[in-house]
Design a protein around this ligand. Sequence first.
Ligand code: 5GP
Ligand code: ZN
Length: 113
Amino acid sequence: MDCLFCKIIHNQIPANISYRDSQLVAFDDINPQSPHHKLIVPIKHIVTLNALQPEDKELMGSLVLVASKLADELKIAEEGYRLVINCNSGAGQTVFHIHAHLLGGRQLGWPPG
Ligand code: 5GP
Ligand code: ZN
């Protein structure tokens, strides 16, 4: 499949993978926007938030739980962090395989640009 994140998930392109289970993979963003910037990616190829189905509920719940576990491991849970899913180009989505950005390690402005 011609998808960058599918290739990373299936070890066809290298990445600094920090978490993997039967449903999800997490790895460092290649262009970090904060001292900690991980991408949490379902193994299932879902293009955008708009394509989510009712059967993806447990998967997306697991994604949020993995994010919170990683934030704890990175020791940013107390100071604060952000979990972002961009949907389509108007929100800045550039890789069309659903993923959440876990950002932390600096003061994050609001609203985002
Ligand atoms: P989006 O803009 O779709 O929300 O996020 C895509 C993210 O993927 C960007 O933050 C970008 O830096 C990251 N990215 C793009 N190509 C690669 C790559 O080859 N490896 C890794 N680890 N991250 C990538
Ligand atoms: Zn994919």
